[in-house]
Design a binder for this molecule. Structure first.
Ligand code: FES
Length: 569
């Protein structure tokens, strides 16, 4: 018996009500045990990267009908990374919780998850993991490459680069503004290897998409064909009873970590993968990223670490060509929604442009994965993406220049009298999950203008927040515990010597243990943390866990399954 039949089958009053209100043009046999498929759709005019997903949904529907299912559009909470304040990450868990509850509450047998912009695919996967209904993702795909003055523009990455040039006085404001309308050339999400691109690709590596679908540009007709095919696939998934918990295993997550490194993907993937794994009860921790990923070579030359964009990656052979190069590092047992191992879909796929995707013997870097650092500044860990950092700064000792909040940073950074040198270590605190709240992407704090004017383009920066996947630099982020949760970052003072040792995996402040233990958090750091008094923000701050475990709410860890024991009438 289908799950939806628990609503629709029978002759009693409740079944009558459930069916009657749904008829509205559905065929007469729609309630005779056909799979009812929700299309969890994050299309929204306020999530510009996902605006086109209604069109994608129409093609999913065709495939569902064709395979004998009944497709049902289910708009879910959507998060526009560039639009919502204070940060989309504050709402990821809310979107996941709301989607989870709506999937469970409704008479559906399976779900197609339509996402794109940064937080949408993670939230959808967290929700699907906790309900554990047959589910498959259609990633919305990246934008086509835009150009300015004859050169490609990378969404996000080039905004940072161009705005730094304006601050350094090497680009006029008028030229900067002229680039604005060139950056967003088509529908789709950011075209750099930012968080959206990373999570779309990793959804496939986790096994949760039709093989070959991730990375197809949003404007490419092959995305719509793949959406159609996915509609048929989800009906098959329901018939076979294949659930996310059978697909997203520890092996799948380790495959995702290998892919994350080879692709040069976003550091945000660390938090999202940990959160998804937490919903499934998969034993995954932050150290797995270092153990499994740090030795993996970087093969993809995409911004922000490199030169090209997502359109180029697809043209060069796409995700499968990258995975083919590291297939010996992948778990051969990890399956996809098709029921077949991920590695079986790689076949003899070739690289078509070895500038964009490097063959394994000629990597861009030998050891590209996330490094996890520990020390007296980060007892529960911090992460750095060495591939996006300056090699000469990976071992560094320098005096701290501390900012207590983003507002403090903005107020003082441009001060010509700021006591800062290229050796200084910029520290920004108050930006963790509780502190901001929501853990914004501010860790790649801008450089002081007086140093930019001297030609300095990178410095060591340390923060308890996140970094945009489109950003780059020698940035230590996700410091845990964060300052607002009593982490030692709250005790650092300007002038303390900071030691970063990425090869040794250390992050320390050069202070005797007794002195650090005796110090109180800086009063300004405490003042900067205002506890919200009501609503979602209060619930979030009171229950959010730290970055090293995925920053999920403590009561959302795990799964409740799809069962609803009580009737509505
Ligand atoms: Fe949506 Fe970058 S703003 S993916």
């Amino acid at each position: 018996m289908r799950r939806s039949s628990q609503w629709y089958a029978g002759t009693d009053r409740n079944a009558y009500i459930h069916r009657a209100w749904m008829r509205r043009g559905l065929p007469a046999d729609a309630f005779d045990g056909r799979p009812h498929i929700a299309i969890a759709n994050t299309a929204s005019d306020l999530t510009p990267c996902n605006m086109h997903l209604d069109e994608v949904a129409e093609h999913v529907k065709r495939g569902v009908w064709e395979a004998g299912g009944v497709p049902l559009n289910l708009p879910v909470v959507s998060l526009g990374e560039t639009q919502v304040r204070p940060t989309a990450m504050l709402w990821r868990n809310m979107a996941a919780m709301a989607t989870e509850e709506m999937l469970r509450a409704n008479p559906i047998d399976g779900v197609v998850l339509l996402g794109g912009c940064d937080k949408t695919i993670p939230a959808l996967l967290m929700a699907a993991a906790s309900v554990d209904l047959p589910a498959v993702v259609v990633p919305g795909g990246p934008m086509l490459t835009g150009h300015f003055r004859g050169s490609p523009l990378g969404c996000g990455t080039d905004v940072w680069a161009l705005s730094e040039e304006v601050r350094a006085g090497t680009l006029t404001e008028a030229e900067f503004l002229r680039s604005e309308s060139s950056m967003i050339r088509s529908k789709g999400h950011c075209n750099t290897m930012g968080t959206a691109s990373t999570m779309g690709l990793l959804a496939e590596v986790l096994g949760m998409t039709l093989p070959g679908l991730a990375g197809i540009p949003a404007a490419d007709s092959r995305l719509l064909a793949g959406a159609h095919e996915t509609g048929g696939l989800v009906v098959d998934l329901v018939k076979r009873g294949r659930r996310p918990s059978q697909v997203m295993t520890r092996g799948s997550f380790l495959n995702a970590i290998v892919a994350l490194a080879a692709l040069g993907g976003s550091t945000n993937a660390v938090i999202h993968l940990l959160a998804i794994a937490g919903r499934l009860g998969v034993d995954l921790d932050q150290d797995d990223f270092d153990r499994t990923g740090s030795g993996v070579p970087l093969l993809v030359d995409l911004q922000p670490a490199g030169r090209f964009l997502m359109d180029d990656l697809y043209r060069a052979g796409g995700l499968h060509a990258v995975l083919r190069q590291v297939h010996d590092l992948l778990d051969p047992e990890a399956i996809t929604v098709t029921g077949r191992p991920l590695v079986d879909s790689l076949g003899d796929v070739r690289i078509h442009d070895a500038e964009v995707i490097r063959p394994r013997p000629r990597p861009l870097r030998d050891h590209a994965g996330i490094a996890v650092l520990y020390g007296n500044l980060a007892p529960d860990g911090a992460v750095i993406k060495p591939a996006a950092a300056s090699p000469h700064l990976l071992k560094h000792r320098g005096p701290a220049v501390v900012f207590d909040s983003v507002e403090d940073l903005h107020a003082r950074l441009d001060d010509p009298d700021l006591d800062v040198t290229p050796d200084s270590v910029l520290i920004l605190r108050g930006c963790g999950p509780k502190g901001y709240p929501g853990m914004p992407e501010v860790s790649n704090l801008p450089l002081p203008p007086k140093l930019l004017a001297q030609g300095v383009r990178d410095m060591v920066r340390i923060c308890d927040g996140r970094m945009s996947g489109t950003a780059y630099g020698t940035v230590v982020l996700h410091v845990a515990p964060e300052a607002a949760a009593g982490g030692p970052l709250a005790k650092v003072r300007t002038g303390d010597m900071i030691i970063l040792d990425v090869p040794g995996r250390r992050l320390d402040v050069e202070l005797p243990d007794e002195e650090l233990a005796a110090r109180q958090p800086a009063p300004a750091a405490v003042r900067a943390f205002a506890r919200p008094s009501r609503g979602w923000q209060r619930l979030y701050v009171e229950t959010v866990r730290q970055a090293n475990t995925g920053a999920d709410l403590d009561f959302l860890i795990g799964s409740s399954g799809d069962h609803v024991p009580r009737e509505s009438h």
